[in-house]
Design a protein around this ligand. Structure first.
Ligand code: MN
Length: 237
């Protein structure tokens, strides 16, 4: 990504954050992803909220340079090309992929829009030196659904390990209840009416440079060290 493009993305993001009356440091992952309106130039890929090396030693700068700078960017580029070709003017990425999912001709648009959303949701949900556990209202809900925070982490780890091939493990809100689910490829819990709160990318590109085939070690490192539980709590809405 060029520095010019990065600057544009950052301005677009700041404009949204300010206009929505949301402090930059405390935006919700869901609203930050959902509200990047197509502005004629398409959806701007939001900047990482930390430096590429900030998640080391758990996720290397090299992984992030490829995973954010190449993979995530490629999804945004493909979405923007497709919505320009199809003259789609949807207000949010989630609207684009939910609409695209309704027709067989929408497969490419669905895959790229959902992956753009899923990746930004993933990046925003991580932070260097993430808190070790949820707190407050979120913790109460976690305790109700999973017994305790360790129970939730176990469920997330099992979902991540159990996803055959590429996909995602999620903490979601369904009605008033927290659940852990997994989705294959680009699929997103919003397709089933579940509200995403946290996701872990379990596509091999997320961990192979750092962990090779040891997906469970990568998932444990993320859950124990990098989750931004403040953002997860904000995603409750
Ligand atoms: Mn990925």
């Amino acid at each position: 990504m060029s520095s010019e493009r990065n600057a544009v993305s950052r301005r677009t993001f700041c404009k949204y954050a300010v206009s929505a009356g949301v402090a930059l440091a405390s935006f919700s992952a869901l609203s930050s992803v959902a509200s990047f309106a197509a502005s004629g130039k398409g959806f701007a890929m939001p900047p990482l909220p930390y430096a590429e090396g900030a998640l080391e030693p758990h996720i290397s700068a090299k992984t992030i340079s490829f995973h954010y700078g190449k993979h995530t960017k490629a999804y945004y580029d493909a979405v923007n090309k497709l919505i320009a070709e199809k003259a789609i003017n949807a207000p949010s990425l989630e609207q684009v992929f939910l609409d695209a999912a309704k027709s067989p001709e929408g497969t490419a648009l669905f895959n790229n829009a959902a992956q753009a959303f899923n990746h930004t949701f993933y990046w925003v949900g991580l932070t260097p030196g993430g808190a070790n556990a949820p707190s407050g209202k979120l913790l109460k809900m976690v305790n109700t659904a999973f017994g305790n925070a360790d129970g939730m982490k176990k469920a997330l780890s099992a979902a991540a390990a159990g996803q055959f091939g590429s996909g995602w493990a999620w903490l979601v809100l369904e009605g008033d209840t927290l659940k852990v689910v997994k989705t294959p490829n680009a699929e997103n819990p919003l397709q089933k009416g579940q509200k995403p709160l946290l996701t872990v990318d379990v596509w091999e590109h997320a961990y192979y440079l750092d962990y090779q085939n040891r997906r469970p070690a990568y998932v444990k490192a993320v859950l124990d060290n990098l989750v931004n539980w403040d953002i997860v709590a904000k995603n409750l809405g």
